[in-house]
Every structure is written in structure tokens, then in C-alpha cells.
Design a protein around this ligand. Sequence first.
Ligand SMILES: NC(=O)C1=CN([C@@H]2O[C@H](COP(=O)(O)OP(=O)(O)OC[C@H]3O[C@@H](n4cnc5c(N)ncnc54)[C@H](OP(=O)(O)O)[C@@H]3O)[C@@H](O)[C@H]2O)C=CC1
Ligand SMILES: O=C([O-])CC(=O)C(=O)O
Length: 266
Amino acid sequence: MRVGLLGHGAIGSNVAEALRRGVVPGAVLGGVLTRGRTAPPAAVRDLPELLASADVVVEAAGQRALREHGPAVLAAGRDLLAVSAGALADEAFFRELTRPAGARPGRLLICPGALGGLDVVRAAALAGPLASVRLTSSKAPASLVQPWMDEPTAERLRSLRPGDDPVTVFDGDAREAAARFPRNANVAATLALAAGDRAAVRVRLVAAPDTRLTRHVVEFTGPLGEYRFELANLPDPGNPATSGLVAPAVLRSLADLVPGVAWRVA
Ligand SMILES: NC(=O)C1=CN([C@@H]2O[C@H](COP(=O)(O)OP(=O)(O)OC[C@H]3O[C@@H](n4cnc5c(N)ncnc54)[C@H](OP(=O)(O)O)[C@@H]3O)[C@@H](O)[C@H]2O)C=CC1
Ligand SMILES: O=C([O-])CC(=O)C(=O)O
């Protein structure tokens, strides 16, 4: 299975390196497409070249890149494994990507990324509607700074030090979280997709000066019980906004796509 990579940053470079080391038996690196700010190994010039090099395309390049390239990847019949699920919070784009054009379009697959436990969320959602679905994410304050923030707010986040109180920077629904924090709240959109109701997930983003870890706490109630689980991920050294777990999560998802795998914990 030839893997085409969109993006060669914190996630993409780790995925590329692991594929070259043979971490996923049966999967090899096809090509890598970036905006050209770096020159990654196996670099290709444009999307047609990436598609020619790949059976499956991994998007690890951001919500804008998923919008730009996702429809053409699917229309070309390639499966698309996406990490920037926040782009799907936009209703029109969600419809476009989940009803792809083309005679035999590829499948859209959402990687769990920095999150886990989505098997439980999806199973519980099949038993009946979920209630009070909540995600609370806390991470390094500086990685929550956004271009649209006013300077005093951005500066307040940048100047938080260990010992200072945590600051809630967002409290609202998953759709708005994903749009306002495109490099932080893809997990919120992923949880909303897993829960089956993209409007119902309540999201709180917290700037936490006291921890090295990025925490995601998922809570919900379903017809079969009450659930709460927490992940505490070390940030990726290349991008503190991104959990180090995301690249291995991509590799795990790719391993499940290799043809001929006889069993799996799905
Ligand atoms: N679901 C999840 O749990 C998570 C999802 N994410 C998503 O993954 C994305 C990537 O994260 P990360 O690797 O840390 O980001 P980085 O900023 O480290 O890397 C981004 C890479 O994408 C490339 N890129 C950007 N725009 C385009 C484009 N239009 N076409 C092709 N390549 C492009 C950049 O190329 P260049 O070098 O040329 O600029 C760069 O190589 C995030 O923006 C976020 O959307 C991130 C963390 C968790
Ligand atoms: O990496 C993380 O912990 C989560 C993240 O940035 C995102 O969902 O965009």
C-alpha cells in the first residue's frame, strides 16, 4: 500500500520517517506534498503527482489543506485518512466530502489523532442518543494563541507561568471550537462525528500553565451507562500544539488499511 502524505510538519515528518523504517508492514511512503517551505524526502510538486504515487492519502497539513485537496483525492478514487477533522464542522464542506464525486470515489476516514476511546463513543451512540457529551482540553497556554485574538488576550496567554491559575479560553460547541482553534480543536470535531450529533458536543479549552501534558477529558451519558475518560499526551517536540500521539495514531490507522490484515482490534 503506497501512502501519499499531505504535510511534512510535526505529524507528517514522523509518519514519513516511520514508514521508511518499515513500522507498518505492507505500507510504503509514496510521495509527500507540502507548500514547498521545506524539501522533504519523496517530495512531489503537485496533487496529481501525489495521487500518482499513492493508493491512500494522509492529510496532516491543516483544515485549509483538507478543504483544498480533499475533494480531488476522493474523486480520484483514493482513500483519504484525515487528521484535520475540524474542517468537517462546516456543514457545506461536510456534505461535499461525505458525498464525493467520481465514478468510484475513495473513502473518507477520520483518524482518532490525539484522542482515544472513540470505539466506546461510537458503540454507545448506536444504542441511542448520547447526552451531555463534553470535551475539556487543557494544554500549554502559548499553543492556544490565535491570530484573531486581541493583543492583550494573546499576551496574557503567552505570559502565564507555572503557579498561575488556568484560564478558560473557550466554552461553546464543537463546531465553533474547531473553527476558532483550527490547530487545537480537531479532536472536538472528531468526538462530535463519533457521537453522531455534530452540534451536541460541549467543548472547553483551557490554558494550563502548570503541566507539560496536553489533557483531553471526554464525558458523556448514554442509554447504557455513564462514561468518563482522560488522555494526557506529551506534546510533539516539533509543534507543542500537537500531541505526540497523533503520528502513531496515523500509523495505526494505516496499518488497519493494509490489505490482507487478518485480524484487528477495531
Ligand atoms: N486530530 C488531531 O488529533 C489533530 C489534528 N491536527 C491537525 O494536523 C495539522 C498538522 O499538524 P502538524 O503536523 O502539527 O502541523 P505543522 O505546522 O507542524 O505542519 C504542517 C505541514 O502541512 C503543510 N501544509 C500546510 N498547508 C498545506 C497545503 N495547503 N498543501 C500542502 N501542505 C500543506 C506544511 O507545509 P510547509 O512546510 O511547506 O509549510 C507543513 O509541512 C494541524 O494543522 C491540525 O489541523 C493536529 C493535531 C492533532
Ligand atoms: O494534538 C492535540 O492534542 C489536539 C489538537 O491539537 C487538535 O485536535 O487539533
